[in-house]
Design a protein around this ligand. Structure first.
Ligand code: PEP
Length: 254
């Protein structure tokens, strides 16, 4: 019933794929396919593709996001991009704490908190990724891990700012592997995240937060996952690179 308080969001994470021309072509293909979507549609592009993606998506219902941001507004951080810079070029969303950033590039719960803070300060909507490793699931500490990641990332985030936070539950073992959490597993963890939000912000605020599932979601399994009461959309990697597959997931969310 409370699901009616939330509009699902399907977000694509292109990762390190597509040149600007390829990005524009994919958006051109996607636009008519998702024009009547009953959910939010977001594409998170590599930094160098943002301008082309924004231009290609202009006037459509597709919103553009980035895949990371630095925690400082500016300064001596060679190779980095700040949240105010993203805002200035017209980006609306940013992924923070993706497991590939945590695992391969040293992101910690604390730097994820700092990036979240910077993104919210810049006026962006954050897609905050949390999720457990396979060993942690096997040790039955999934909920503990995800609660800790969420709680630290949201430290200092106000109830009002929570309106610009989407949480993506992404079990690390399911990302890019073809393995998907069962619909029940996804819903159980999403429900636990919502219960944590209710402890922190009250049930009413918690019921309004979009909590996605991500991890090998595709055209075939999306409908079952998205039908779960606490799964409000998806963060899609591989399947977001094919217009027909991504559009099918968007339709499944409607
Ligand atoms: C992701 O990158 O967030 C993701 C869920 O990837 P995939 O859909 O390819 O598992």
């Amino acid at each position: 019933m409370n699901k009616q308080l939330r509009t699902p969001v399907i977000a694509g994470n292109w990762k390190m794929n597509l040149t600007p021309d390829q990005a524009a072509a994919l958006i051109g293909e996607l636009k008519p396919l998702v024009a009547n979507a009953d959910c939010g549609v977001v594409l998170c592009a590599p930094f160098v593709d943002l301008a082309a993606a924004l231009e290609a998506a202009a006037g459509s219902n597709i919103q553009i996001g980035a895949q990371n941001c630095h925690w400082a507004a500016d300064g001596a951080f060679t190779g980095e991009v700040s949240a105010p810079m993203l805002k200035a070029v017209g980006v609306a969303y940013v992924i923070v704490g993706h497991s590939e950033r945590r695992t391969l590039f040293g992101d910690s719960n604390e730097t994820v908190r700092q990036r979240t803070r910077a993104a919210l300060d810049a006026g962006l909507t954050v897609i905050l990724c949390v999720g457990e490793y396979l060993e942690q699931r096997q040790q039955n500490i999934t909920v503990e891990v995800v609660r800790t990641q969420t709680k630290i990332a949201l430290a200092g985030v106000t109830a009002e700012e929570l309106g610009r936070v989407i949480i993506a539950y992404e079990p690390v073992w399911a990302i890019g592997t073809g393995l998907t959490a069962t619909a029940e597993q996804a819903n159980e963890v999403n429900r636990a995240i919502r219960d944590l939000l209710a402890e922190l912000y009250g049930r009413d605020a918690a019921d309004r937060v979009v909590i996605q599932y991500g991890g090998s979601m595709n055209a075939a399994n999306a409908a079952e996952l998205l039908a779960q009461p606490d799964v409000d959309g998806g963060l899609i990697g591989g399947a977001s690179l094919k217009a027909a597959d991504f559009a099918a997931i968007v339709r499944a969310a409607g």
